[in-house]
Design a protein around this ligand. Sequence first.
Ligand code: HEC
Length: 455
Amino acid sequence: MLKYINIVFVCLLFSCSNNSNKQENLMQITWTNSIANIIHSNCTPCHRPNQSGPFNLLSYSDAVKKAKLIKFVTQTGYMPPWPADANYTHFVGERILNDSIKLLIKKWVDEGCKYGDSLITINPPEFNEFSNYRKPDLIIKLKEAVKIKGNGTDAFYIIKFPYQIDKDTIVDFVEFVPQQRKLVHHVNGHLVSYDENRKFNYQNGVQINVDETKNLLSVYKEMNIPYIDNLEPQFPTLTPNTVYYLPGYLPPNYPDEVGGFRLKKNGMFLLNNIHYGPSSKDCEDSSYLNVFYRKTPIKRAIKETQLGTFGVSKIEPAFFIEPNVIKTFTTQLTLTQDISLLSVNPHMHLIGKSFWAFAYLGKDTIPLIKINKWDFKWQYYYTFINPLKIPKNYTIKVIGTFDNTKQNPNNPFTPPKLITNGNGVESMKTTEEMFQFIFTYMPYKNGDENISLEN
Ligand code: HEC
């Protein structure tokens, strides 16, 4: 009996592998039958002229030239860049290759990068050079270009983009269009709105300021940001985080019932700050802003809350990362109302190791985001596919681990030294640390779960 089972088992195995061999022969993996499509949809958006990717992946020959590297970065999951664990939660625009696609790429490269049917030509997809969306309603450009020194170090600037429009208008979203795409690393900007009944001079003054450790208030004064009538408050209204950019980031284009904000006649977008990676030669950057208007009034404004550094919840234990340790911190907030969570933005600097956020009440947990291997280079605002309801009394808990040992290749200090929040603006410096969880939400309404946030 045992013998019989064994024979059947062996036959099964044998015929099974025979079958799959036949299938493989029938379906040879080629550029024309599968790989072009995979590359064009997952890689070309960044790997094309004037984008962040360091080389083009448009044509068959582009891909063949980099074949070994493509196999390596896709098998290891390094490309396309998507640090969030897709086994934990899904987000709009998720950039993940599933195992069968990875296998196709591997086989294609191992089998010598076959072209396939020579009668078929495949053109790369067409992209709009000036926007990832439609034609913008307002384009705000700098009066002078940013001068970047070719000294091989990171540079941080505070830049204002003043505008004046005919009347107050509702904005859908703002798209930052980087010009020096290989250098612009991240952008964080706010909307500054002036009350027409006050006196201001924001169109003049310094446009571009180096973001150093000098007093931020004096920087704002040099840039003519405060009102000039000596009344209180001295500063105009600030709507935070209305402009955001990182390589590969696209601003969420929410449906009409969600979000939108008011653009007053007089105001500016204040990039506070913009970070350029090291450049080996002197160059100029004329990045600009595309502003998209909304025809309908604001129905449900979006709110934003920040946990951890600069935020509403304290970090535990106190945020000191001693040299030669791997240390874990937590920060948490209990909700006082039902909310519909729209997007989450985990933030750490160079020695970040992992990041995990979830909401819980008793034994019930709602997964939010998990980043198993933190990478300073890729920090997105992750938008949920549908608003995620988190009921009142649930606690949002964030756990972050930092690696301040010399084994961490991203440690900015050798030998490692004590790393903390820094003081005030200083904490923005890459070499200081931050542990921050920003999220956007609306007060919950019945049916929010059914709204699609995909654009
Ligand atoms: C979000 C934009 C983006 C997407 C999408 C993207 N890349 Fe990249 N890629 C980059 C950037 C930026 C770099 C350079 C920075 C780096 O190496 O970390 C890069 C680097 C690379 C490198 C060089 C790595 C090295 O170590 O030299 C390869 C190879 C690569 N990408 C292949 C791919 C492939 C294949 C895909 C699609 C499966 C892809 N990329 C998708 C932005 C992207």
